[in-house]
Design a protein around this ligand. Structure first.
Ligand code: CA
Length: 219
């Protein structure tokens, strides 16, 4: 599981990010102070760090200096008006920055891009009879290419990357469509069911009553 360290002293922001990342299938750890972050990085190596700049203890730039030799990608979380900070952060070697306040779906997309650049996310996934190539977005089943719409592909990838994990309909909607889920909407069910049929996952992509769906992987 991908492990993300969130260094952010504003607890509401930190909590929101942590909740969203967990729902998206990441493991995350939160620290609220720069010194605490440095202490933690002595013994643990996360796959990615989300780093605020203005922090008590040690600021984001000092932490970035420390992290650089460890080859851990960093995405800066910057305040809206701090353009100079962003420039300085990129020059110091941050992979990306995102301006607060931000949409969670945008943060998730940036995280995926950076993880892929660092080869933390596989570009080839074999799961339940399918071969998925995420660079070309192709899906093969027994040498036959399966044509999926963009949304169907995005849903497939969510399950393929997180076998065994239950996804709430709301989460699937947020991850694939972005924006707020309306409970009346049958959109998620229709897309999941069409995708499931196309790829031959009728038996293993199971419906979890009143919640959503889970990919059961047979041993
Ligand atoms: Ca701060």
């Amino acid at each position: 599981m991908i492990n993300i360290l969130i260094v952010e002293d504003e607890k509401p922001i930190s909590n929101l990010i942590a909740l969203s990342l967990k729902k998206a299938g990441y493991h995350c750890t939160c620290v609220y102070d720069g010194m605490e972050a440095l202490d933690m990085l002595e013994g643990q190596y996360p796959d990615l760090i989300l780093l605020d700049i203005m922090l008590p203890g040690a600021d984001g730039f000092e932490i970035l200096e420390y992290v650089k030799p460890l080859n851990i990608p960093v995405i800066f979380l910057t305040a809206k008006d701090a353009l100079e900070d962003r420039v300085a952060g990129l020059r110091l070697g941050a992979e990306d920055y995102i301006v607060k306040p931000f949409e969670i779906i945008e943060l998730l997309a940036r995280i995926e891009v950076v993880l892929r650049r660092y080869c933390k996310l596989e570009n080839h996934i074999s799961v339940e009879g399918l071969e998925i190539d995420t660079d070309s977005r192709t899906v093969m089943r027994y040498e036959t290419k399966i044509h999926l719409t963009q949304k169907e592909y995005d849903i497939l990838l969510l399950f393929a990357r997180n076998p065994g994990k239950v996804f709430y309909r709301e989460v699937i909607y947020e991850r694939v469509w972005g924006g707020d889920y309306t409970a009346e909407s049958r959109t998620v069910d229709l897309h999941v069911q069409r995708m499931r049929k196309k790829v031959g996952w009728e038996e293993c992509l199971v419906s979890v009553p009143r919640i959503g769906y889970r990919l059961e992987v047979r041993k």
